[in-house]
Every structure is written in structure tokens, then in C-alpha cells.
Ligand binder design. Structure first.
Ligand code: GLC
Length: 474
């Protein structure tokens, strides 16, 4: 590699490096930020939202019944029916629909929710005809809506702001349960939207439901998502949630699940790494200045980070110069335009060990129409690895902070801790889980206990979780 290019790449490697001291300091900051968030309104920019969810218990695995779940949170809308068998198992039927891009932005709340209601109707027509007809009672539906919502009851919550590329301004401040229910009612479908849940809450509840503690010898203490976005939910003692009006909480409750919205950790950038690339990516988003932690970690942003770094190296004359000339002054549009470099591509580049990175060559040609030299591929792979390494290391911070915080709740319980995870990055990105655990062990929040931590992929997290939320609704 020529020495100027080598120096430029070394600088990126340095900018993205994360060491133990940083992890420990950021974890302390995360805990402080949780405390502040538990005191302040969920919509303040400076504090983590820490949203009370009105879910006051964790499932035991004995819950039963048939429920519907609708899940809006990223690029797809899913509708499912879930039969909880009461023995940690469930049966699930589901349909998945890709959200048309023109309903994600430059459109209206009514257009989006009318589309969602029609998909619920289509699902019932296909799988549960008995409920689309007039003769039976209504089915209870849990609505997994994975955006920051100011929740005031199990079935009430107003959208605070959009994340992950959605941008329908007239929806902000509206109650999303009311929106869905009113469009379902317009169709005459017999469904009651009884619970609103974030996907992380769903993941926590569904993993707790399927966790057979007698076998795993572990308590489920956190539900988290590392997919298009990132976030986590855990059970907090009521006495710590000072912003909560206790008259709104069911009698006898001792705690409540909190949706942290940790994507918004450190929006004021006190501790997070700030490279010029992070700044460029943030500027390209609709929610500029918010969810800055998420923008360093999750699937929606990994590809974009790689892309802006490559463009920077190109603009400084280090890579793609011959390609640019041979194309008479342009680069393939999937490289020159924002958001077209999917993080799935990174997962192939990450682990390519073929001679001269031939596999990457094919991947880059197929996915990005990007012909490359061997040297360029070496650079692309190196950058991919540092971007994803930083993402996985940063991901360990909230996990360590929350595990460290809840260990007190379990001091008389000798079981280990497990966390339920869902999302394409944690499930499919090569080595991501291992890296999270590696960094978690550097922070070592379980020091002084005999407990160990394991990550469990929570399959069907949002569906089963929403059903569990619906099952506790009155
Ligand atoms: C974004 C959303 C959050 C969700 C997460 C994972 O951070 O704001 O509500 O849980 O993505 O889908």
C-alpha cells in the first residue's frame, strides 16, 4: 500500500479505536444519564428518554391465550397471531409487508396508519377468518411501535419523534394507538388495540417467557435490539422512577419496565467518539442531533459510515482514481449517494479470507457495481472492520451499565444473568456478539459476584412480547 494511503487508513483506525478506559468511563456516564432520564421528561434532548412502559411484571412462562401483534419499527410491517401455550412455548403465524418508501416520508399519519390497518385486515382474512367475520368477539392486539413514544398508559402513547429514516411530521405528538384503532375501526375489523410496546420491551418479555429458569439457571434482565436501530428495556424499581405519577400505576406494583431509548445516549456528545465521519452521517439524517449513540452502532448507519469514509479517501485522491477517470468523472451511484450501502454488505467483507479478497471483489461488484483493485479491497476491509469493531464495543456500554445497575435487585438469587437480543446486526453480523462480550468483560460490571452473562437471541421477540403485553391488558 502506498505510504500516504497507509497513513490515511492508520488515522481512521486510530479515530475509531476504543480502549478499556474509555469503556469504563462511558459506562459510568451511561448510568448517570439513566438516573437523569428517570427524573426528566422523555422528550428533553439532554437526557436519555427512559420511558415508563406501564408493564409492571415480567412473564413467568405460564401465560396463555390467542393474541394478535402488529409490529412497525423499521423497513417492514409484520402482523402475527400468537398462541401462548403456558409452558414457555408458543405458536405463531405471521405475514410481513415491506413499507413503501413513500409512506415513510413526505406523507401523512393517516396514509401510513390506513395502510397498516389494511394489512391487519388482510392477515385476518388469510389466517383467522372467524375474526374478520361479524360473529365472534374481538381479538386483542399488542402494537409494537419501535420509536420514542411518551407513554401514559399501557394502551396510550404519543410519538415524540421519528427515528430510523421515518419522517411524517403530522404524526408527531399524536397517540399512535388511537391512530391504529381508528383506521381498524373504519374497516369494521374486530380487533382491539389494547397494548403499546416498544420492540425492546417485547424482546425482554418474550425472552423471559421462553426462558425456562430451571434449565438455564439464569434470570432475563434486559431486552435489547441491535438491528436497523438500537435500544434496550429493563425492569426498574418504582422508587427510582421519580418522574412517574404513582397514581397511574396499578396497585401492588413494585417496578416497571423502562424503555431506555438508549439510541439517544449522550446527544450532547460529552463522551462519545466524534469523528468527522460521524458528523457527516448525522447531517444526512432527518433527526439531526438526536440518537447519536445509535448512529455509531446500528445497521442503518454502519454502511453509511463506511461509505462516507471511502468517499473521503477518494476525494483526497487515495482510492478509486482510475475508476473515476474510466467512468469519465463519476463513481457508481451506490457509492456516491447516501444510504445505498447496506450493512449486509459489510458482513460479507468483514470475514473475507479469500486470496486477494476475491470474494469481496464479487460482493462489491454485485451489490455496489463497484470494480476494485486488490489494494482498494484491503482498505475497504480494514475500514469495515474498524467501523464494526467500534459499533460492537460501544454496544457493550449500555449492557454493562444496566447489568451493573440491576445486580442489586438479584443479590439474594444465585442464578446467572441472560439478556434477550434481537435484530439483524446482533443476529447475523459475524463476530458481533463475541465482541460485545469481550468489551463487556473489560468493563466487568459483575466483578465481586459469581454471576455470568449470556446473550440469547430472542426469536419472534416483538410478536410474542406484544402478545404478552396484550395478555396483561384489562
Ligand atoms: C430506534 C427507536 C427505538 C427502537 C430501536 C430499535 O432507536 O427509537 O424505539 O427500539 O430503534 O428498533
Amino acid at each position: 500500500m502506498n505510504s500516504k494511503l497507509q497513513t490515511a487508513v492508520d488515522q481512521v483506525v486510530k479515530d475509531f479505536a476504543i480502549d478499556k478506559q474509555f469503556l469504563v468511563g462511558a459506562t459510568e456516564q451511561f448510568v448517570k444519564s439513566m438516573d437523569e432520564g428517570l427524573k426528566h421528561s422523555a422528550s428533553a434532548k439532554e437526557y436519555m428518554p427512559m420511558i415508563p412502559t406501564f408493564v409492571t411484571g415480567i412473564p413467568t412462562g405460564k401465560e396463555t391465550g390467542l393474541y394478535l401483534a402488529a409490529d412497525l419499527g423499521g423497513t417492514n410491517f409484520r402482523v402475527c397471531s400468537i398462541k401462548l401455550n403456558g409452558d414457555h412455548t408458543h405458536e405463531l403465524k405471521q405475514s410481513k409487508f415491506k413499507i413503501p418508501l413513500d409512506l415513510m416520508k413526505n406523507s401523512t399519519a393517516d396514509a401510513l396508519f390506513s395502510y397498516l390497518a389494511k394489512k391487519v385486515e388482510a392477515f385476518l382474512d388469510e389466517h383467522h377468518k372467524e375474526y374478520s367475520a361479524n360473529t365472534n368477539g374481538s381479538l386483542k392486539l399488542g402494537f409494537t411501535f419501535s420509536f420514542p413514544v411518551d407513554q401514559t398508559a399501557l394502551n396510550r402513547g404519543k410519538l415524540i419523534r421519528w427515528t430510523k429514516g421515518f419522517d411524517l411530521p403530522d404524526c408527531v405528538n399524536k397517540d399512535v394507538v388511537e391512530l391504529l384503532q381508528s383506521h381498524i375501526d373504519l374497516l369494521g375489523v374486530k380487533v382491539d388495540v389494547v397494548a403499546l410496546a416498544n420492540d425492546t420491551v417485547g424482546t425482554l418479555l418474550s425472552r423471559a417467557y421462553s426462558n425456562n429458569e430451571a434449565k438455564t439457571h439464569a434470570n432475563t434482565v434486559l431486552g435489547c435490539i441491535f438491528g436497523t436501530g438500537t435500544n434496550g428495556a429493563y425492569f426498574e424499581k418504582l422508587s427510582n422512577i421519580s418522574k412517574l405519577d404513582l397514581t397511574t400505576v396499578p396497585k401492588g406494583a413494585t417496578g416497571m419496565v423502562i424503555n431506555t431509548e438508549w439510541g439517544s445516549f449522550d446527544n450532547t456528545l460529552k463522551v462519545l467518539p466524534k469523528t468527522k465521519y460521524d458528523e457527516i452521517v448525522d447531517k444526512e439524517t432527518a433527526n439531526q442531533g438526536y440518537h447519536l449513540f445509535e448512529k455509531r452502532i446500528s445497521g442503518m448507519f454502519l454502511g453509511e459510515l463506511l461509505r462516507v469514509i471511502l468517499i473521503d479517501l477518494f476525494e483526497r485522491g487515495f482510492i478509486f482514481t482510475e475508476l473515476f477517470e474510466s467512468r469519465h468523472g463519476s463513481l457508481p451511484h451506490r457509492l456516491s449517494e447516501p444510504w445505498l450501502l447496506d450493512s449486509e454488505v459489510l458482513s460479507y467483507l468483514q470475514i473475507d479470507d479469500s486470496t486477494d479478497l476475491k470474494m469481496s471483489q464479487l460482493v462489491l461488484e454485485n451489490h455496489l457495481r463497484l470494480p476494485t483493485t486488490r489494494e482498494e479491497r484491503l482498505v475497504i476491509q480494514k475500514i469495515t472492520q474498524v467501523v464494526s469493531h467500534r459499533a460492537a464495543y460501544l454496544s457493550s456500554i449500555p449492557i454493562a451499565a444496566i447489568v451493573g445497575r440491576v445486580k442489586d435487585q438479584y443479590k439474594n438469587d444465585d442464578r446467572d444473568f441472560e439478556i434477550g437480543c434481537d435484530g439483524s446486526v446482533v443476529e447475523f453480523y459475524p463476530g458481533f456478539q463475541e465482541k460485545i462480550l469481550e468489551a463487556f468483560n473489560l468493563i466487568n460490571p459483575l466483578e465481586g459476584t459469581n454471576k455470568k452473562l449470556s446473550l440469547k437471541i430472542a426469536k419472534d421477540g416483538s410478536g410474542v412480547g406484544a402478545a404478552l403485553c396484550a395478555s396483561v391488558a384489562i
